[in-house]
Design a protein around this ligand. Structure first.
Ligand code: IDP
Length: 166
C-alpha cells in the first residue's frame, strides 16, 4: 500500500483527447510516477499547452482495466493495471496528441531520447512514467473515462496570442 508521500512522488500518465471544433486538441495525463510530477506538468506548460483538468485520486481497478482494454490479452496487462495509481491531467492545444508523443518519448525508455520524459525519468517499459493517447479519437474516449461532465475547466491562457497565430 502506498503512503501519501510515495503517492505524491509517484508519477503522471498522459491520455490524449480529440480534435476540438476550433482545431485544438486536448490530452490528459494520469499515473504520477517518480518524484517529478511538477517537472512533467511544467514541460507541457512551457511548450504552450493549456492545462484544462487535473485530479489526484486512487484509480479504481475497473477504470484502469477499461482504459487499457485494448491490451487485455498482453502478458503485462495485470501489472500495467496495478501500475496506474493516480490521477489524470488534461492539456489542450493544436496538435497536442502528436506533440505529447514526442515530449513523452518511446514506449520502451531504452529507446526514448534524452530530453523526453521517458528518456529522462524511466528505465523499463513497465515503469515508463506517463501515458499519451495515440489518436485524438482514443484521447476523447480516455478523457470521458477519467473526467465527468463539468470537471474540465473552461479557460484560455492570456498568453494565447503569443503562442498561437490567432
Ligand atoms: P504507449 O504508452 O507508448 O502508447 P502502449 O503500446 O499503448 O504504449 O502500451 C501501454 C503501456 O503498457 C506502456 O506505456 C507501458 O507502460 C506498458 N507496456 C507496453 N509494452 C510493455 C512491455 O513489453 N512490458 C511491460 N509493460 C509494457
Amino acid at each position: 500500500r502506498w503512503d501519501s508521500s510515495s503517492l505524491a512522488g509517484s508519477g503522471a500518465r498522459l491520455l490524449s483527447y480529440g480534435r476540438r471544433p476550433n482545431g485544438q486538441q486536448r490530452i490528459s495525463s494520469s499515473r504520477l510516477t517518480v518524484n517529478a510530477v511538477g517537472d512533467i506538468i511544467s514541460r507541457f506548460e512551457r511548450k504552450g499547452f493549456a492545462l484544462k483538468g487535473l485530479k489526484l485520486f486512487q484509480t479504481p481497478q475497473d477504470l484502469a482495466e477499461e482504459h487499457y482494454s485494448e491490451l487485455k490479452e498482453r502478458p503485462f496487462f495485470p501489472a500495467l493495471v496495478k501500475y496506474i495509481v493516480s490521477g489524470p491531467v488534461v492539456w489542450e492545444g493544436p496538435g497536442v496528441v502528436a506533440s505529447a508523443r514526442k515530449l513523452i518519448g518511446a514506449t520502451n525508455p531504452l529507446n526514448a531520447e534524452p530530453g523526453t520524459i521517458r528518456g529522462d525519468f524511466a528505465i523499463v517499459s513497465g515503469r515508463n512514467v506517463v501515458h499519451g493517447s495515440d489518436s485524438p479519437a482514443n484521447g476523447e474516449r480516455e478523457i470521458a473515462l477519467w473526467f465527468k461532465e463539468g470537471e474540465l475547466v473552461d479557460w484560455e491562457p492570456t498568453v494565447l496570442p503569443w503562442v498561437l497565430e490567432l
